[in-house]
Write a protein that binds this ligand. Structure first.
Ligand code: GTP
Ligand code: MG
Length: 170
């Protein structure tokens, strides 16, 4: 039969990596060139049908600014899934992403489905982080990896769809 699954999902990553833009693309099919930096966190929900189930994502889009770091556990605690976002044109954002992976693996739900998203894949000329490096890191740490673009919509639905497929079927 068809299953309905509710899944709390959190996005984490450096300031400006594109967390809000990925959510806006996924939930509303829109992109804003001058997206404002998130304050605290923002909540969205979106439903996705996968083969045997309907998954309702309850999405927490967190703020990347360091002064909000201490709030993060409220959003990742109990989360079924996380998307760690970095900007492919910014090496420091990749390093920040790795820190989030460490924190989640130390403090988060051990069964959490985790995705690593190398965002702004449309900015090929400014690329600083090679996909091979990110893919190797992801594989070593049990995440799946995709390059995404909130601007062009490349792989955005795919990340959420892949998470939905990997969620435990209760
Ligand atoms: P904080 O809320 O401050 O943590 O940032 P964020 O991770 O939510 O980033 P946000 O979505 O606000 O995006 C930051 C900037 O990058 C905005 O100006 C976006 O328009 C731009 N941006 C986001 N995603 C993409 C993308 O895929 N391609 C390009 N070219 N720009 C993007
Ligand atoms: Mg934001």
């Amino acid at each position: 039969g068809n299953k309905n699954i509710n899944a709390k999902l959190v996005l984490l990553g450096d300031v400006g990596a594109g967390k809000s833009s990925l959510v806006l693309r996924f939930v509303k099919g829109q992109f804003i060139e001058f997206q404002e930096s998130t304050i605290g966190a923002a909540f969205f929900s979106q439903t996705l049908a996968v083969n045997d189930a309907t998954v309702k994502f309850e999405i927490w889009d967190t703020a990347g600014q360091e002064r909000y770091h201490s709030l993060a556990p409220m959003y990742y605690r109990g989360a079924a899934a996380a998307i760690i976002v970095y900007d492919i044109t910014n090496q420091a954002s990749f390093e920040r992403g790795k820190k989030w992976v460490q924190e989640l693996q130390a403090q988060g739900n051990p069964n959490m489905v985790m995705a690593l998203a190398g965002n702004k894949a449309d900015l090929l000329d400014a690329k600083k982080v090679e996909a091979e490096e990110a893919q190797a890191y992801a594989q070593e740490h049990g995440l799946f990896f995709m390059e995404t673009s909130a601007k062009t919509a490349t792989n955005v639905n795919d990340v959420f769809y892949e998470i939905a497929k990997r969620l435990p079927r209760v």
